[in-house]
Design a protein around this ligand. Sequence first.
Ligand SMILES: NC(=O)c1ccc[n+]([C@@H]2O[C@H](COP(=O)([O-])OP(=O)(O)OC[C@H]3O[C@@H](n4cnc5c(N)ncnc54)[C@H](OP(=O)(O)O)[C@@H]3O)[C@@H](O)[C@H]2O)c1
Length: 245
Amino acid sequence: MGPLSDTTVLITGASRGIGAATARLLAAEGAHVLVNYRDKAKRADAVVAAIEAAGGTAAAVRADITDEADLDRMFAGIDKLQVLVLNASGGLERDVDPGYALRLNRDAQVALASKALPLMADGGRIVYVTSHQAHFADSDPGELEVYAPVARSKRAGEDALRAMLPEFAARGVDFVTVSGDMIEGTITATLLERAQPGVIEHRRAAAGGLLTVEEFAAHVADAATAAIESGEVVLAGGPGAWARD
Ligand SMILES: NC(=O)c1ccc[n+]([C@@H]2O[C@H](COP(=O)([O-])OP(=O)(O)OC[C@H]3O[C@@H](n4cnc5c(N)ncnc54)[C@H](OP(=O)(O)O)[C@@H]3O)[C@@H](O)[C@H]2O)c1
């Protein structure tokens, strides 16, 4: 039994990486975790199996979050939601059109929050997962040129969700952002290192060490229940701020 006993939590993009690690942590707190995935059913099933093996409960739920009909199908199967973790992200994939990053990182996030809200009770929480480069995109765009359009789209998503704060408050739902520096061992970090060799070592040195997936996921999971005021931003990793040098 834990703080999320008898509640349901939906985590987008939980078939791998930070979303999958967050799913395991929140299931350990007693939540029934809905592991959203786009098309990697086997990976999502493996996350569910690991949660069940540890004594928790979970289910895999398929939806491409940029597809309105998929979202409607997914939410039709949910009665009540305590926490929505907006983790799924992208835009660096090959062969995506120039508008895709904004559709995924802004429009889909707003659609998810809007469709989840009627299912959330007073005391519910929406957690938006982002990166320092995205969160600080306006004041300090950082050193990763290849990631800049994705960063701007994620910042646009954060701003659009923040504009919904009055709507969230009217429902008694909190909104918390968790932002992290580059995370060791992720696919994104590998792609960025390939595009800009040396960038990970530079971030490691600038931040005084980078968080692992498990460590960052612990911040995200904590933000789902911790006493944090709605609208707050949790800065995870490094010196607690986006420091380039
Ligand atoms: N990686 C880092 O260094 C880092 C640093 C700071 C913050 N973050 C943030 O942490 C979060 C997770 O990052 P990550 O590195 O763990 O990501 P990741 O490994 O790239 O995984 C992204 C997840 O999102 C899913 N996804 C992508 N597009 C989707 C769509 N259209 N519909 C549904 N699901 C979709 C993917 O599913 P598929 O497997 O089907 O593609 C995957 O499960 C992101 O918000 C990211 O900005 C990451």
